[in-house]
Design a protein around this ligand. Structure first.
Ligand SMILES: Cc1cc2nc3c(=O)[nH]c(=O)nc-3n(C[C@H](O)[C@H](O)[C@H](O)COP(=O)(O)O)c2cc1C
Length: 235
């Protein structure tokens, strides 16, 4: 039978009770999140399996996005020649050449009426929802987006890319895949090297993934975080 564990919160002296199996599961998630860190040196002899890459693809596609519009695309690179070129547009950050794969989070450049109509056609195809129900939502969304200027739409799309990266960082931790989230790169350079303009895409975030090098000194550093009381207000 599942035993019960009690935890006393020092500050309030309150007790919380958990089933042991639930408590272990919860601690497992926290342990994995503590295990992850922004890797500064990857082991360039280790590569992610096809299965791990498939998991990352599925996880990316399952990311929640505003209205469900998915204005983002993931470009995956595992080609040392391309990675070598990308280092030059990444302020020399060596993770880009060392890592097994490079994930490039991109936004769609054309979020227009056609894009929104295509999305509603997809809903109709997958859920068989009637036009009668979909039509008002579709028209409302087209009106909402017609009132936004290009920059507003761009920022909205970038926000979705950050969500996707956050999602994948957590999935990487759960799957014991090492990663480094990165803003430190020149988007124009990446867009040129990867021909992203031709695909109507702009790169916004980069994440090398693979396995940490045994001698990455950052793997032993304590996490620097505010105290829970400083970062959370529980009313
Ligand atoms: C949006 C974002 C951009 C980042 N850009 C870089 C980067 O360009 N290069 C790098 O080495 N680390 C980068 N980091 C890693 C952060 O410095 C790191 O996540 C933070 O210091 C917390 O440490 P931890 O992830 O190891 O717990 C970035 C992190 C985030 C979330």
């Amino acid at each position: 039978m599942d035993s019960i564990i009690s935890i006393k919160v020092k500050k309030t002296n309150a007790y919380f009770y958990f089933k042991k199996s639930n408590y272990n599961r919860m601690m497992d998630s926290i342990k994995k999140l503590k295990w992850r860190y922004a890797v500064k040196k990857f082991d360039s002899t280790k590569f992610l399996s096809d299965l791990k890459i498939e998991i990352l693809k599925e996880a990316f596609n399952l990311t929640a996005t505003s209205y469900g519009l998915q204005p983002i695309k993931l470009v995956i690179v595992n080609d040392k020649e391309i990675q070598d070129n990308l280092v030059k547009c990444s302020f020399g950050q060596q993770q880009i050449i060392q890592a097994s794969h490079i994930l490039i989070f991109c936004i769609e450049n054309q979020i227009n009426e056609k894009y929104i109509r295509d999305y509603f056609n997809l809903i109709k195809k997958i859920r068989n929802t009637s036009d009668e129900i979909l039509q008002p939502f579709q028209e409302a969304l087209i009106t909402t987006f017609s009132k936004k200027d290009a920059n507003e739409i761009r920022i909205w799309a970038i926000n979705q890319a950050y969500l996707a990266m956050g999602n994948l960082l957590t999935v990487c931790a759960m799957e014991e895949i090492d990663a480094c989230p990165m803003e430190g790169f020149l988007a124009d350079g990446y867009d040129d090297i990867l021909n992203l303009k031709d695909k109507n895409l702009t790169s916004v975030l980069v994440m090398p993934v693979g396995y940490r090098a045994e001698d990455d000194i950052f793997s032993n550093f304590d996490k620097v975080r505010k105290s829970i009381n400083d970062s959370i207000i529980q009313l």
